[in-house]
Design a protein. Sequence first.
Length: 118
Amino acid sequence: MLPYKPTLKPFARKLRSNMTNAEIILWSRLRRKQIMGVQFYRQKPIAGYVADFYCASCSLVIELDGDSHYQDDAQEYDRVRDELMRSMGLSILRFTNQDVEQNLDAVLLKIIENLKSP
């Protein structure tokens, strides 16, 4: 089991009930083991962060980035976060909200490719 801060659980629950449009779209395709029979979780606390989507069996984190992720301080925050998660043996896929909203098939294909790779 991955470490997490228990104080993040209420925050994660709040995020689950206030998902972005892109998160709703992607979740509709990830939930209920629709892709290759693997279980995904949404808004999963990991270490000191909350991952948008997480697949435990594949050690895969999926992050959706909105406009705020392109500011300098946010990019540094994401870099540190990704580095920590990679040090825990996790792979990270990042997509923009626009990718999900306008090219969902390509996003799903990339996810499937990462689920298949060892």
